[in-house]
Design a protein around this ligand. Structure first.
Ligand code: 0RA
Length: 643
């Protein structure tokens, strides 16, 4: 023991328990947080915030502050009760707080919180965050005192919980500051947009809870406050804000029974898409599940009964179909229950059968009441559904025509498609190219084995502003559907795509960006899975060229130009701004834009399905800076992805 202080010896002893306790998390992080990629990294934040939100749901916390600090750490402050600081009954000599942070699954409320998430990826406990952090500092304001405890190297306590002074007057709450362990995660940089998107949704789902976000990292100063006194009603308004709503009111109802509860908010817009977003215990259930099933079934039933009662639907007429009723519907279905079962491929589907009947009953009763109280809106809803049903029949006709037509074209491929020879979709790429001349150079520049070219002429139809019968009659859209080969809308089957990458290649000017936007909207709306599964890319032809000696150098964007100028300060005047793809000859186009070993592609992603709507509105809106910002922040540089 010589040379070691008494203190460090006793720390050594406690290290052993901690390592035993948290070791499994460090050995298999994926089992606890899904992955060690960006999703897993952000999971650390969600875990701490979820704990604070639990305090809010229990009625003790009104405000949560999330800060990304300049040193790469993340701090979450809440004004809840504070993690208990007294001795833990089962661990003599240790504080409950230390146990909560060092023992797996010890984070649950000792008193038993009704809706604590069990299983799934969430609710693994704040000890998991500790296990995966190189440093974590815990501060607790409770019983008039401020307490502090520091952990290092994956959860080793650096001493016992100590009182460091008085708590600010009257304050209770918990502060967790952690540094994600760089030896565990592929990357330890948090992405502000990912964090704010989720915090905003949390604030919508927890009416009245104030969630603040601050980014203090160098060069990124940002602050946002999310607080919604209307909760999910405000969420629906937000989702519909860039659309034309069918009526001003947002409908709302809730119901609870035996430890489970449902809340629904809804409004129709004049558009043609359905956007029902469901949540269980604050977690997005992207694949739907029992709560959505109950809602869909009941809404069809209620609207049909109502339409007949008001004689808006005659005795002889057929019932309205669910899909017609849901046209233009924006709804949030949020349920809370004791033991949610998350199923499905991405664990995004709620399996609890009992919640289906609760949602169904609530909707049957309370939506019917709402319609009685709001006859004008009720009439508008039914009228829209009747319109939708007529157009559905017309669309069916158009689809049949499209099918028959493609059957006549032999292989069913559009005439202007210059296909590749490989028949293995995994290695095939489709370039959608604006204009015939650019299409010509792309044809010469491609690798004919794996790269196909589809030239598109002129502006393509804005699918946001047209019903499906019109969309399907559009020849450019027919060509896209046929070339990709996996159907469209509800019939779209991503497993049938003929190309792994669908790459939009258009000029860097305003027209090019408009065409890109229209195409992206089409993919978002009509081939959603194509985008969700990461098959859509934007090619990046260079913006500038310059001569270095006799060699021509291409520079992708302003940043690349600035970097180049740092290295070649004397080059300030030789620069040329490239106006279009047509200016490059085919080997230049191959070198800069198409050759997989040299090009830079942007992959289009949608982080949260619930945001896709907003994304479309942004893409289609008139706010150009907002749109540019979206495309920049949602596009990843493929060269840095291991795909
Ligand atoms: C265990 C028991 C209680 C609260 C908490 C943990 C708690 C954990 C976290 C994590 C972040 N913020 C938190 N706030 C509270 C119940 C406390 C009581 O009964 O007084």
């Amino acid at each position: 023991m010589t040379g070691k202080s008494k203190g460090s010896a006793s720390y050594g002893a406690s290290d052993i328990t901690v390592l035993e306790g948290l070791e499994p998390v460090r050995v298999r992080p994926g089992m606890y947080i899904g992955s060690t990629g960006p999703a897993g990294l952000h999971h650390l934040i969600w875990e701490v915030v979820d704990n604070a939100v639990d305090e809010a749901m229990a009625g003790y916390c009104t405000r949560i502050d999330v800060t990304l600090l300049a040193d790469g750490s993340c701090r979450v402050v809440d004004d809840g009760r504070g993690i208990p600081t007294d001795e833990h009954p089962q661990y003599p000599g240790k504080s409950a707080a230390e146990i909560v942070l060092t023992v797996l699954h010890a984070g649950g409320k000792f008193g038993g919180s009704g809706y604590k998430v069990s299983g799934g990826l969430h609710g693994v406990g704040v000890s998991v965050v500790n296990a995966l952090s190189s440093k974590l500092t815990l501060e607790i304001d409770r019983d008039g005192n401020r307490h502090q405890l520091e952990f290092r190297d994956g959860g080793k306590p650096q001493g016992p919980l100590r009182v460091t002074g008085p708590a600010p007057s009257g304050r209770t709450g918990t502060t967790v500051t952690f540094v994600p362990d760089p030896t565990i995660f592929d990357e330890v940089e948090f992405r502000a947009q990912t964090v704010t998107e989720r915090l905003q949704i949390m604030a919508f789902l927890n009416r009245g809870l104030e969630i603040r976000f601050t980014d203090q990292r160098a060069g990124r100063a940002a602050k946002e406050v999310f607080k919604y006194s209307g909760g999910i009603v405000d969420y629906v308004r937000h989702l519909n804000s860039s659309k034309e709503s069918l009526f001003r009111k947002v409908g709302y109802y809730d119901q609870s029974e035996e430890g489970q509860e449902v809340e629904v908010a809804f409004q129709w817009n004049t558009g043609y898409y359905e956007s029902i977003h469901s949540f269980a215990n604050g977690i997005a259930t992207i694949e739907g599940g029992m709560h959505e099933e109950g809602f869909r079934k009941a809404i069809t039933n209620v609207l049909n009964r109502y339409a007949r009662k008001r004689n808006l639907l005659k005795e002889k007429e057929e019932n309205l179909k669910g899909e017609d009723i849901r046209e233009g519907l924006t709804a949030i279905v949020s349920v809370r229950l004791a033991s949610p079962q998350f199923e499905g491929q991405t664990k995004g589907k709620l399996g609890n059968v009992s919640i289906r009947s609760l949602v169904e009953r609530a909707t049957n009763e309370k939506l019917a009441d709402w319609l009685e109280e709001n006859p004008r809106e009720g009439g508008q809803m039914v009228a829209k559904a009747i319109q939708a049903s007529r157009s559905r029949m017309a669309a069916q006709h158009a689809r049949d025509l499209t099918r028959r037509k493609s059957a006549l074209d032999g292989a069913g491929l559009p005439g202007k498609l210059v296909d590749c020879s490989s028949r293995d979709p995994r290695e095939c790429e489709l370039f959608i190219v604006e204009g015939n001349s650019a299409g010509g150079s792309a044809k010469d520049a491609r690798d004919p084995r794996t790269q196909a070219i589809l030239p598109i002429r002129g502006k393509i139809l804005n699918v946001e502003k047209a019903r499906s019968d019109k969309i399907l009659k559009n020849t450019e859209i027919q060509a896209l559907i046929a070339a990709i080969g996996a159907g469209v809308e509800a019939d779209f089957d991503v497993s049938k795509i003929r190309y792994d990458k669908i790459i939009l290649l258009a000029d860097a000017d305003v027209d090019g960006s408009h065409i890109r936007t229209l195409l992206l909207t089409f993919f978002f709306r009509q081939m959603t899975e194509l985008v969700n599964n990461g098959h859509v890319y934007v090619a990046q032809p260079p913006l500038f060229s310059t001569l270095v000696g006799k060699e021509k150098a291409y520079l992708r964007d302003d940043l690349a130009k600035a970097r180049f100028l740092e290295e070649h300060p004397d080059h300030r005047n030789e620069f040329q701004r490239l106006k279009g793809l047509g200016e490059m000859d085919y080997d230049e186009l191959r070198e800069t834009t198409m050759d997989p070993t040299k090009r830079a592609l942007l992959q289009i992603t949608v982080e949260q399905a619930a945001l896709a709507d907003e994304v479309c509105s942004i893409l289609m809106g008139d706010d150009v800076p907002q749109r540019r910002h979206f495309i920049q922040t949602n596009a990843k540089d493929v060269r840095f992805l291991d795909i």
